[in-house]
Design a protein around this ligand. Structure first.
Ligand code: NAD
Length: 261
């Protein structure tokens, strides 16, 4: 259990990639704060399961990352009840698909706040304690869309490119402090979010499940298979370790060759 005695804060960890990352971190014995929305009982069941896995305290905080004040309260609570985060995983994210001249202004604002500005807020709030300890790991779930674009995703692509740029800039600021900051950039990952899109697309386009998967979702992904949440979690876990001490400011693609094209 190589993360025993460390505290990890994983945003957007009640579902999908974030939950898998939380499980991986818990399996190494870290104290953990999970965050995100969902069914209260289901979240409590996950919290208890994570606590059993790690043998350390696990808390859930329902902070809405749209709101900087709630982000600050979450980081403060984590520091007070678990210890200041040694590992910060900025994973929460939302998507909206529409042409730019029809893009709802409130959706643009929400995507920029949750996918980009929240990364700034958690990072600025967690860094002082990491600097004091001379050790820290910050891992941002970006996306293939931090490197390349797709139409109708202007806010998401702008926010994810922003996360990649933010990561590089902060990496230079903290390079000598024993703290690393990196992005993981997955292609299409098999999460409930993606699964939910399949029946609607089958109906709308008169396609089979396989056609939707291969000709729509995995069109850009040469491996023609979804990235798994466990694969993303394994890379995140590697980045928390000593073997990754010299990896900083990097944008690590895990996209089945998407951005190699
Ligand atoms: P998901 O919808 O399964 O999980 C998103 C998590 O963020 C949930 O826990 C949700 O409750 C939380 N969340 C949403 N809005 C929030 C808010 N305002 N405040 C706090 N928490 C909030 O999605 P996922 O597919 O696991 O995505 C996780 C991250 O991975 C996102 O940043 C996403 O952009 C990125 N990503 C996903 C894929 C993919 O194909 N699934 C690909 C590349 C990048």
């Amino acid at each position: 259990m190589k993360l025993q005695g460390k505290t990890a804060l994983v945003t957007g960890s009640t579902s999908g990639i974030g939950l898998a990352v939380a499980k991986a971190v818990a399996a190494e014995g870290a104290s953990l704060m999970i965050n995100g929305f969902g069914d209260v009982e289901a979240i409590e069941a996950e919290r208890q399961a994570l606590e059993q896995t790690s043998g350390a305290h696990v808390l859930h905080d329902g902070a809405d990352l749209f709101d900087p004040a709630q982000i600050a309260a979450m980081v403060e609570r984590c520091s007070a009840e678990l210890g200041a985060p040694d590992i910060l995983i900025n994973n929460a994210g939302i998507q909206h698909v529409a042409p730019v001249d029809e893009f709802p202004v409130e959706k643009w604002d929400a995507i920029l706040q949750i996918n980009l500005s929240a990364v700034f807020h958690t990072t600025r709030l967690c860094l002082p304690a990491m600097k004091e300890k001379g050790w820290g790991r910050i891992i941002n779930t970006a996306s293939a869309h931090s490197l390349v674009a797709s139409p109708n995703k202007s806010a998401y692509v702008a926010a994810k490119h922003g996360v990649a740029g933010f990561t590089k800039s902060v990496a230079l600021e903290i390079a000598e402090a024993g703290i690393t900051i990196n992005c993981i950039s997955p292609g299409y990952v098999w999460t409930p979010l993606v699964e939910k899109q399949i029946p609607d697309t089958m109906k709308a386009r008169g396609m089979t499940r396989e056609e939707v998967m291969n000709d729509v979702l995995l069109k850009a992904q040469p491996t023609k298979r979804f990235v798994t949440v466990e694969e993303v979690a394994a890379l995140a876990l590697f980045l928390t370790g000593d073997g990754a001490a010299s990896i900083t400011g990097a944008n690590l693609s895990m996209d089945g060759g998407w951005t190699a094209q």
